[in-house]
Design a protein around this ligand. Structure first.
Ligand code: IPD
Ligand code: CA
Ligand code: CA
Length: 254
């Protein structure tokens, strides 16, 4: 399954590279900030049709096409994570695919096609970047940490838009980033490029793969109140064990 999905994700990545910086058809979805391009749709087509052909009994939950089937194996697909970046020619975007078996993510692949960086994790077998093992950082305290976050598409109308939490944590850290790709934010936590990350109101396809990669890299992921995160929960805090704990504490006390 791993070799199959890596091959397929590279095919979708090549397509995104062809579309990148070209004239794109862009439409909006839930709000006028929530974009979908022809690249999202065509990338998803590659991923979904390959999985349907290879594993006809598996279920799929894909961002643009929704749920297809019901089965013990469920593929969670974000065909282009970071669409706003992509549509503006900003290079922070990726493809994210996670495989959930009976509610537990067992396989995760995130490809940054422009940098040719492939993050992979298999349950209990560790996490790798381009085949080399990766580990979360060892930063101990927020004042020497670089962390990332994000803001939901409905932030203009949703009072729970992360501004309060951002305002609390921003003065405490060495640096804070808003990368625009939840999957890459998690992959960067896993590889020690970021020390922590939190975000609210995400979707399963944004984070299923990234969460397994962080955990397999020795990091910690929970719901923002510290309770266990599962693939269908919409908000999370991730980080090395120390930074994760400090972010959770500040969010709870907020
Ligand atoms: C979005 C990105 C962004 C996050 C949003 C996601 P999309 O995914 O991951 O960083 O803040 O919540 O929806 O729409 O580019 O696939
Ligand atoms: Ca996404
Ligand atoms: Ca997407």
């Amino acid at each position: 399954m791993l070799n199959f999905i890596i091959d397929t994700v590279y095919q979708a990545g090549n397509l995104l590279k062809q579309y990148y910086n070209s004239e794109l058809t862009i439409q909006t979805k839930s709000t006028d900030r929530d974009l979908v391009t022809q690249a999202d749709l065509d990338s998803e087509k590659i991923l979904v049709s390959a999985i349907e052909k290879q594993f006809p009994t598996h279920a799929i939950l894909a961002e643009e096409g929704g749920q297809m089937g019901n089965a013990d194996y469920l593929w969670l697909i974000d065909p282009l994570d970071g669409t706003t970046n992509f549509a503006h020619g900003h290079p922070m975007f990726c493809i994210s695919v996670g495989l959930v078996y009976r509610g537990e993510t067992c396989l995760a692949v995130i490809l940054d096609p422009l940098r040719n960086e492939l993050f992979v994790a298999e349950k209990d077998k560790g996490a790798r970047l381009n085949e080399k093992p990766i580990m979360v950082s060892q930063t101990k305290s927020l004042n020497t940490a670089v962390v990332a976050t994000g803001f939901p598409y409905d932030r203009a109308t949703n009072p729970h838009n992360n501004l309060k939490e951002f305002g609390t944590i921003m003065p405490l850290v060495q640096g804070i980033r808003r990368g625009g790709s939840a999957a890459l934010d998690l992959a960067y936590v896993a590889s020690g490029r970021l020390d922590g990350y939190w975000e609210f109101h995400l979707k399963p396809w944004d984070v299923a793969a990234g969460v397994l990669i962080v955990r397999e890299a020795g990091g910690c992921v929970t719901y923002p109140d510290g309770s266990p995160w599962q693939w269908n929960r919409d908000s999370l805090v991730a980080g090395n064990v120390d930074i994760h704990q400090q972010i959770v504490t500040h969010i709870i006390d907020n």
